[in-house]
Design a protein. Structure first.
Length: 62
């Protein structure tokens, strides 16, 4: 079980790190854009992402 969790964490780090490696200026511009968004919009995006992840895990793991 621990090996599986470590594998998942490693894949997440690869996916999260790839945009920063491939285009740092674009990622900086993206983050500056997030600063202009209201907190409510950011919370909504976070909720959608969490629910999507939960649904994906449920569908894959049953």
């Amino acid at each position: 079980m621990l090996g599986f969790l470590m594998t998942v964490a490693g894949v997440v780090m690869i996916v999260e790190g790839a945009p920063w490696f491939l285009s740092p200026p674009r990622m900086k511009k993206l983050f500056l854009g997030f600063l202009a968004l209201p907190d409510r919009a950011l919370r909504g995006m976070g909720l959608v992402l969490m629910l999507s992840g939960l649904l994906l895990v449920y569908l894959v793991r049953g």
